[in-house]
Design a protein around this ligand. Structure first.
Ligand code: ADE
Ligand code: ZN
Length: 372
C-alpha cells in the first residue's frame, strides 16, 4: 500500500467512525446549552484515617520477614505462604479469645528496641503507601518485655520508629485486660502521663484484650486514674461483651469506644452514645472474624451513620485479618452501599475524634477536602 492509499483508507475509517458516533448519539455535536447542572463524578475515598490499628496486628508477611532478618530471628517457616497462614486468622476462629491467639508470632518479632522501632516504621510506611494520611498506632508496652526491655524502653523504641516516618501519626498505649498484670497496667499509665504530648508521640491510653473474660468493670480505678491525670482515653468495649460494657466505658469518661458495635443490644446505650457525642471506632472485618456480630448482613455501621452516631471506619488488626483500610471502605460500599458522602462523614468524624491538635485536624480537613 502506498502512503497516499494508506491516508485515504485512514480518512474513510475516520468518517465511518464519526458516522457511527453520530448514529449512537455518543459523539459529534454537543446539544447541551451549558445551563444543565454538572454531574460530579462519584468520588469514593482514596485517602484514609485509621484511629484503631494495633501494631502487633499489623505485621504482614513482608514486614515479618524484614523484622526477622534484621534481628537474626529464625521464623517457624521459611515458606512465605506458610508464614502468611501462621500470621493470619484461621477460618475456624470462633471468638475474640481465638483471635487473640494469633498475636504471639508478631509479638515475638518486637522484643528488642531495634525490632520494635523497625516495626513501627514499617507499619507506618505500609499504611502510608495504602493511602492512609493519619493514623493512631496502638500497642501495649507490657507485651514487649520478654527479652529485657522495660515498658519505657518499648515506648522510646516506638517513638523512634514514629519519628522516621513522614506519616502523620501518634501512639496510643494499651493497658491489657488479664490477670496478674495490674501493676503493669499502672506502670503503663504512669508512662503515658510522663510521655503525653498533644501530637507527634503518645497521645492517649486504651485497654485491649479479652473483654468477655475480664469485664470493663474491673478497670474502673485504672481509668479513674487516667482521668485524674488528664490522659485522653479510648476503651475496647461492646465487642466481645455487650452494650453495658460500653455504658461503663462512657461512665469512666471515654470519649471514644473501640468497636462499640454491640450498642444496638440496648437502645438506652445507643441514646447515650448519641447524646454524649461518643465516637465509635468500628472495624467490620475484625468483628466478622471474632463473631462480635453473628450476622454480617445486619452489621449496623450504616444504621449508626444514618442515626447520627459518630462512626469511624478502621482496620483493628490488618495483618492478622489480611486486609487494608481501603478494603474496609470497599467492603462497606459493596455490602451496604456506603456512599461517597457517608465516607466523607466517616472521615470527618475521625478527624473530629482524633487525639491530636486543632492544627493537625485543620491540615487533615484541608487534605481530605472536608468542609463540614
Ligand atoms: N487486641 C488486638 N485486637 C483486639 C481486639 N479486637 N479486641 C481486643 N483486644 C485486641
Ligand atoms: Zn482493637
Amino acid at each position: 500500500m502506498t502512503g497516499r492509499q494508506r491516508s485515504r483508507r485512514g480518512a474513510a475509517l475516520c468518517l465511518a467512525f464519526a458516522l457511527l458516533l453520530a448514529l449512537c448519539g455518543c459523539g459529534g455535536k454537543d446539544n447541551r446549552t451549558g445551563d444543565e447542572p454538572k454531574e460530579e463524578p462519584v468520588k469514593y475515598a482514596d485517602r484514609y484515617i485509621d484511629l484503631h490499628l494495633h501494631l502487633d496486628g499489623a505485621i504482614t508477611t513482608e514486614i515479618a520477614l524484614k523484622l526477622a532478618a534484621k534481628q537474626n530471628i529464625e521464623l517457624p517457616t521459611s515458606d512465605a505462604a506458610e508464614l502468611t497462614r501462621l500470621l493470619t486468622v484461621p477460618e475456624d476462629c470462633e471468638s475474640l479469645n481465638d483471635f487473640l491467639e494469633c498475636f504471639d508470632l508478631p509479638l515475638s518479632l518486637m522484643q528488642t528496641p531495634e525490632g520494635l522501632e523497625e516495626a513501627v516504621y514499617l507499619v507506618a510506611e505500609n499504611i502510608r503507601s495504602q493511602g492512609v494520611v493519619y493514623a493512631e498506632i496502638r500497642f501495649a508496652p507490657q507485651l514487649h518485655t520478654d527479652r529485657g526491655m522495660t515498658q519505657e524502653d518499648a515506648i522510646n523504641a516506638a517513638l523512634r520508629g514514629l519519628k522516621r516516618t513522614p506519616l502523620k501519626a501518634n501512639l496510643i498505649l494499651c493497658c491489657m485486660r488479664g490477670e496478674g498484670n495490674e501493676a503493669a497496667n499502672y506502670d503503663t499509665l504512669e508512662l503515658a502521663k510522663k510521655y503525653l504530648v498533644a501530637d507527634g508521640g503518645v497521645v492517649a491510653v486504651d485497654i485491649a484484650g479479652a473483654e468477655a473474660l475480664y469485664p470493663t468493670e474491673n478497670y474502673r480505678e485504672l481509668f479513674e486514674r487516667a482521668a485524674e491525670y488528664g490522659i485522653p482515653f479510648t476503651i475496647h468495649a461492646g465487642e466481645a461483651d455487650g452494650a453495658q460494657s460500653v455504658r461503663l466505658a462512657i461512665e469512666f469518661g471515654a470519649k471514644r469506644i473501640g468497636h462499640g458495635v454491640r450498642i444496638y443490644e440496648d437502645p438506652e446505650v445507643v441514646k447515650l452514645v448519641k447524646e454524649k457525642g461518643i465516637t465509635l471506632e468500628m472495624c467490620p472485618t475484625s468483628n466478622r472474624q471474632t463473631h462480635a456480630v453473628e450476622d454480617m448482613d445486619k452489621y449496623p455501621l450504616i444504621d449508626y451513620v444514618k442515626d447520627g452516631i459518630r462512626v469511624t471506619l478502621n482496620t483493628d488488626d490488618m495483618g492478622i485479618e489480611g486486609i487494608t483500610l481501603a478494603d474496609e471502605f470497599r467492603y462497606m460500599e459493596q455490602k451496604f452501599g456506603l456512599t461517597a458522602e457517608q465516607e466523607q462523614q466517616l472521615l470527618a468524624n475521625a478527624i473530629d475524634a482524633a487525639f491530636t491538635t486543632d492544627e493537625v485536624k485543620a491540615e487533615l480537613r484541608k487534605e481530605l477536602g472536608i468542609t463540614r
